[in-house]
Write a protein that binds this ligand. Structure first.
Ligand SMILES: C[S@@+](CC[C@H](N)C(=O)[O-])C[C@H]1O[C@@H](n2cnc3c(N)ncnc32)[C@H](O)[C@@H]1O
Length: 378
């Protein structure tokens, strides 16, 4: 059992700071987009494993960060929505601590409701979602699901992956499952979480390949309730630590784009992993530059030597790769490829400036070289 599971509050680790950064970056972008849509009148934000509200060093926990993302948003004056927060926490000492922290913040402003629910995620989460859907039909729902990494309760972990229709950022202790794959007593848990196929697919794999398989199977499972799923790996500080993952699932392409941007803030080199040895928010080393070759290669595999539109390339980049369709595709991949003579514009509209790819200009493109292979690169 992890140390922190015995205490009401615990010290914030790098991994937690990383989770919090993804959470706040994403909500900072998600809230104003939804908050300004005509059809959205209510937002629901649920923390399924809320914790005590603060760490021992005074850093705010996820419930305070979620509230702040809404209440303190710099564009708050422009939202015409109410926000409803539900914080589920099983440990009664932590429930008390969280309530004290929330009280210390004062009465929530108009248009904000907060409910702390003492209880078990497995029992409380679905009813909260169902009641919210009944009360505020069509309201967007965001859930943060963040259990402790060690010793996850088997039925609970299976529940984490069968989400009702909503957006969710979910911590899954993949490293734990991968390391204990053959441990006595783990069979039932693995079967419940990943389905029985996991034994056939995972047999004989070495640890890294097994971890990759479990990530793939988690994504497959989350795709049962979310159209798009992306993962970020939380790499431990030392060789003994376990590699766990945060998964994000959504049915909204803008939500997907904003989450990918949040992930690139954490990992400015690849948008797919966070190293516990670096502090989130700090710059990366000078030599750690993002590598855009894989995106170019993937586009070549996807489109071969056929003609495609910029919009098709954007959709592919957004939905099928970790790269950013809005800030990386054109400037970091298409323009350099065109300059290098690897990409040619087909019937460019009159007056088009070289290496520009404006939407709606009807520009089409073609790679000059055939694709290197048919393999998927991501
Ligand atoms: C990793 S901590 C959450 C930290 C918090 N999300 C944050 O970022 O500040 C996990 C919390 O889940 C609580 N917990 C454990 N099992 C639970 C369950 N079945 N249902 C609800 N809460 C649970 C623990 O007491 C603990 O406070």
């Amino acid at each position: 059992m992890a140390d922190s599971e015995d205490k009401t509050r615990w010290k914030q680790e790098g991994r937690t700071a990383a989770k919090h950064q993804v959470l706040t970056e994403y909500l900072g972008a998600w809230i104003p987009i939804l908050g300004q849509l005509d059809w959205v009148h209510d937002l629901v934000l649920i923390d399924g494993f809320a914790g005590p509200g603060r760490h021992t060093g005074g850093e705010p926990g996820s419930p305070l960060l979620m509230l702040e993302a809404f209440i303190e948003h710099r564009a708050k004056q422009r939202f015409d929505v109410e926000a409803h927060f539900f914080f589920i926490e099983k440990d009664l000492r932590r429930v008390e601590s969280l309530r004290r922290e929330l009280d210390a913040q004062g009465v929530p402003p108009d248009g904000v409701t907060v409910e702390v629910i003492p209880g078990d995620y497995a029992q409380e989460f679905s009813p909260v979602v169902e009641a919210a859907r009944e009360r505020w039909p069509d309201c967007p729902i965001f859930a943060f699901i963040d259990p402790f990494g060690a010793d996850p309760h088997q039925e609970l972990t299976a529940d984490l992956l069968s989400l009702p229709r909503c957006e969710a950022l979910t911590f899954v202790p993949i490293g734990y499952f991968a390391d204990l794959f053959v441990a006595p007593g783990m069979q039932r848990t693995l079967g419940q979480v990943f389905g029985d196929k996991v034994f056939e697919r995972g047999a004989g794999l070495e640890p890294t390949a097994r971890r990759e398989l479990l990530v793939e199977m988690t994504e497959e499972r989350l795709r049962g309730s979310c159209k798009w799923v992306r993962a970020i790996e939380l790499v431990p500080a030392g060789p003994q630590g376990r590699h766990h993952y945060l998964f994000f699932g959504t049915n909204n392409p803008t939500g997907l784009a904003r989450m990918k941007s949040a992930m690139w803030k954490l990992d400015p080199v690849g948008g797919v992993s966070f190293r516990d040895s670096t502090q989130p928010g700090q710059g990366v080393m000078f030599e750690d530059e993002p590598e855009f070759g894989p995106l170019l290669a993937a586009l070549k595999v996807r489109f071969g030597d056929s003609i495609f539109t910029v919009e098709e390339a954007e959709d592919f980049t957004l939905f099928d790769t970790p790269y950013l369709h809005d800030s990386q595709l054109k400037s970091k991949v298409l323009a350099p490829a065109e300059r290098a003579g690897e990409l040619e514009p087909i019937d460019p509209p009159a007056g088009r400036k070289k290496n520009t790819y404006k939407k709606g200009t009807g520009i089409r493109l073609r790679f000059i070289e055939p694709p290197p292979s048919n393999e998927s690169l991501f």
